[in-house]
Structures are given as structure tokens and as C-alpha cells.
Design a protein around this ligand. Structure first.
Ligand SMILES: [Mg+2]
Length: 251
């Protein structure tokens, strides 16, 4: 349903690629999959929540159900024109937990446990390359904002992770902005927060549509962080390590 933004990106942004890095004043960087990941995994956390109610499920099945449920929610997001708030996000996760764990006798308990679990900093781990990359960004004099489709719980998560806690305020969270990535308004809010023109803000993230294509449509340069190296076919600027992106700013 989106235009061929890869083509637009190739035609416009790549033309400025040789000077891209010297023309950047700020960075908006995604959170989940880019800076942090659930630890234990989502599948393990859901499997354990089910087990606490006497329901034993395979993490493989749980992972598959979660993927399908998350995809369905993204379709709902499109129908809602990506508008969101804290209640929309709360309801999203309520539905996902019910979808993934239909066998549990007390679905409200499972939802509350998982809602609380993912709102705690100790349920997340910071990727190993983040501290080094942020250090490089800082030494290059770049302003940094974490911009995420998570909800208000992210504030506590980021504040509780020492490597990232200096960036817990201000934080760009879609449920507070009013629109989820890849909506243009999200990126506009990010640039306003940084006090930079869109063309001078680099967006970094692990989601091709939400982080790369969305930013591109908002007039921002963007790069895909493909930690698993599985997106080689994507015709966008792609890196497998955050440090590799940061090192482009080393003079
Ligand atoms: Mg992400």
C-alpha cells in the first residue's frame, strides 16, 4: 500500500550519500531490535506466564502465534491511520496476550503479568555494540533521540538501563506523539524535538517500513540496522552493526 519509496530513496538520498554523514546534526534511533531486545525472549516470557497457570506450551508455537498476532495488529494500525495513545497500546497488548495464550484459565492475570514484565528494565538487554556506538555519536557532536513505537513503559525501561538512561528524557514514544511510525507526524515530532531540519536527521532502525521507509517519506535520510544480516536483498543503506554506522561519523 506504500509507494515505491526505495526508488525515491535511491533517486534522492543516494545522490547525497557521499556527504550524508557530514550533513547530519541529529539522530533518531529506534529502541526494540536496535538498542535493546527482550531477555528472556518474548516466546520464553509468554511460555513461562502460561506455565504459571499450569499450561505447558512450546516456545516455538508461542513464537509463531505472537508473530501472527503482531502482524494482525499492524493491519489494525493501518485501518486506524496509525493514530495511537496509551489506551490503544494497552488494548493492543491485551489482545495479543489473549491471542497467544488462549488456553490459560485466567487471561487477565497473564496479561497483567506480561504487561508488568515488559515494563521492567531487567526484562531487557542492551545490545553489546550500543555503548560504543553512542560514545562515537556523542564525540561527533550529534544530538540523539530514542524514537519508538513502544508505549509509556519504555520510559522506565530506558531509565533503568545504565547505558541508555542518559537518553530517557526526552524520549519520542508513539503513544505520546499520537502516531505510530511510519507516520510522518512521528518523524516530524522527532525533528522538532531535536531542533533540526528533517534532511539533517538520520533515522536508524531495524524495521524497513517503520524506520527506513517512513523516515524517507518524511524527508529524512535513514539506514537499516540488520543485525541478523538477513535483509541483504533490501535496496536501502544497510548495516549489520550499530558501531559500523557510528564509525561513519569518525572524522
Ligand atoms: Mg525496532
Amino acid at each position: 500500500m506504500y509507494p515505491e519509496v526505495h526508488e525515491i530513496w535511491r533517486n534522492d538520498a543516494r545522490m547525497i550519500a557521499p556527504t550524508l554523514w557530514s550533513g547530519i546534526d541529529g539522530i533518531v534511533i529506534d529502541a526494540v531490535g536496535t538498542l535493546i531486545e527482550p531477555s528472556p525472549s518474548v516466546a520464553d516470557a509468554y511460555t513461562r506466564a502460561a506455565s504459571r497457570q499450569g499450561v505447558e506450551l512450546s516456545p516455538v508455537v508461542v513464537r509463531e502465534r505472537f508473530g501472527h498476532s503482531f502482524e494482525r495488529e499492524e493491519l489494525t494500525d493501518q485501518q486506524r491511520a496509525l493514530a495511537t495513545d496509551e489506551w490503544v497500546e494497552y488494548r493492543r497488548w491485551e489482545r495479543i496476550v489473549q491471542d497467544v495464550l488462549p488456553e490459560v484459565p485466567d487471561p487477565i492475570r497473564a496479561f497483567r503479568e506480561l504487561w508488568d514484565h515488559f515494563g521492567r528494565a531487567d526484562s531487557w538487554r542492551v545490545f553489546d555494540d550500543v555503548a560504543s556506538a553512542i560514545d562515537v555519536f556523542q564525540r561527533a557532536g550529534l544530538a540523539l533521540r530514542i524514537g519508538s513505537n513502544f508505549d509509556g513503559r519504555l520510559r522506565g525501561v530506558i531509565a533503568g538501563l545504565p547505558v541508555l538512561s542518559p537518553w530517557s528524557e526526552p524520549l519520542l514514544i508513539s503513544s505520546e506523539v499520537g502516531f505510530r511510525k511510519p507516520h510522518r507526524e512521528f518523524f516530524r515530532a522527532a525533528c522538532l524535538s531535536l531542533g533540526c531540519k528533517p534532511s539533517r536527521v538520520l533515522c536508524i532502525g531495524d524495521d524497513l517500513e517503520n524506520d527506513v521507509n517512513g523516515a524517507c517519506r518524511a524527508g529524512m535520510p535513514s539506514v537499516l540496522l540488520d543485525r541478523s544480516g538477513s535483509r541483504a536483498a533490501c535496496q536501502v543503506e544497510r548495516f549489520t552493526s550499530l558501531v559500523d554506522i557510528a564509525n561513519l561519523f569518525v572524522k
